[in-house]
Design a protein. Structure first.
Length: 322
């Protein structure tokens, strides 16, 4: 290997910094990277786990997104990441260890890397222009490459999803723990660099499938004149439901979102329908074979303009040593 230990450490730290762009539930950015001259170790930041995420599913998926972002950054830098995922029963200890080998940067990885800076959760309604079946196949392949599955939902499935999302919204509106959490994460001080600020939230409106309402304790912008007619809704699921499966679901989610961004599409994950066990059980029936629902995505052609960028914490806060 021609690269020196010092250069390697620099590349690993740079990848961990780049991973800050990853999506995370409520923009909690719940991960920590321990860096050395040989590896990156990914840890979950337990203090950033949501009270309404008792089994840590959203936390692990968020960590998986950061892991995938770091690997894309390394690949774009001409390094092949080798990821060892810990088969963990608890979230304590390293979730994954990333080491690298040298190689040439591949075009696909460069495209995904460029997409990392452009991707934003777009909560506006997408246009009537359909997402091509070739693009849908690429999104499915992106999920498969990371050990998860993406099932595009049919019109019948969407009827179920719409009903389940409506039920989730009713429960959220009346659950004190959820409301408390929403109040906290939608009213973060600017210097915190996290949370879901009003500039990125949309006000509630009639939608094909309701999106999570972040505007109870803040404002938001209009979802726009479109109706998501051409949007594809996909259910991301895994074969089993261990912590490692959830981490992989996060890696797959990141791959799907970046692939969509690279194709010029808008996207947004949504997880409120997964957070209630009985509602999640209803989604089980949408999967054609056995599988464990992890998260949903909406992908489509966005209307003109771009949604505002979400804040990020200073990288030093999630690097050990800073
Ligand atoms: C595990 C997970 C769950 C999420 N759930 C939702 C959701 O239910 N509704 C939503 O609008 N966005 C959801 N998001 C998107 C985050 O809110 C978003 O990534 C975060 O606010 C940062 O914004 P960005 O994606 O534009 O960088 C989720 C993201 C992740 C990784």
């Amino acid at each position: 290997m021609n690269i020196t230990g010092l250069q390697l450490r620099g590349a690993l730290i740079e990848a961990a910094r780049d991973a800050l762009a990853a999506p995370s539930v409520f923009n909690t950015q719940p991960w920590i990277w321990r860096t050395s001259t040989e590896s990156l170790q990914l840890f979950a930041d337990e203090h950033r786990r949501l009270a309404t995420d008792p089994d840590g599913r959203q936390l692990m998926i968020s960590c998986g997104c950061a892991l995938h972002h770091a690997c894309v950054a390394l690949s774009a830098n001409g390094l092949i990441p080798d990821v060892q995922r810990r088969r963990a029963e608890t979230i304590n200890g390293p979730l994954a260890v990333v080491t690298v080998r040298e190689a040439a940067a591949h075009d696909t990885q460069l495209n995904l890397y460029r997409a990392m800076a452009r991707r934003r959760t777009d909560r506006r309604a997408f246009t009537a222009e359909p997402v091509s079946s070739a693009t849908v196949s690429t999104l499915i392949a992106a999920a498969e490459q990371h050990g998860a599955h993406l099932q595009p939902l049919t019109a019948d499935h969407l009827t179920v999803l719409r009903q389940v999302a409506g039920e989730a919204a009713v429960r959220q509106a009346t659950e004190p723990a959820y409301q408390e959490e929403l109040l906290r994460w939608t009213n973060r001080p600017a210097e915190a660099g996290d949370g879901v600020p009003a500039v990125t939230a949309v006000t509630a409106s009639e939608r094909r499938v309701p999106v999570r309402d972040f505007t109870y304790f803040s404002s938001g912008y209009s979802a726009g004149p479109e109706h998501d007619v051409g949007a594809v809704y996909g259910l991301l699921f895994t074969d089993a439901d261990t912590l490692t499966d959830r981490l992989r679901a996060g890696e797959a989610l990141s791959a799907v979102l970046l692939t969509a961004t690279a194709a010029g599409l808008g996207s947004s994950p949504f997880s409120d329908v997964i957070e209630f066990p009985d509602l999640r059980a209803k989604l089980l029936r949408l999967i054609s074979g056995p599988g464990q629902p992890q998260i949903l995505v909406r992908v489509g052609h966005p209307p003109p303009g771009r949604p505002a960028q979400s804040p990020r914490r200073p990288a030093a806060q999630m690097l050990d040593p800073p």
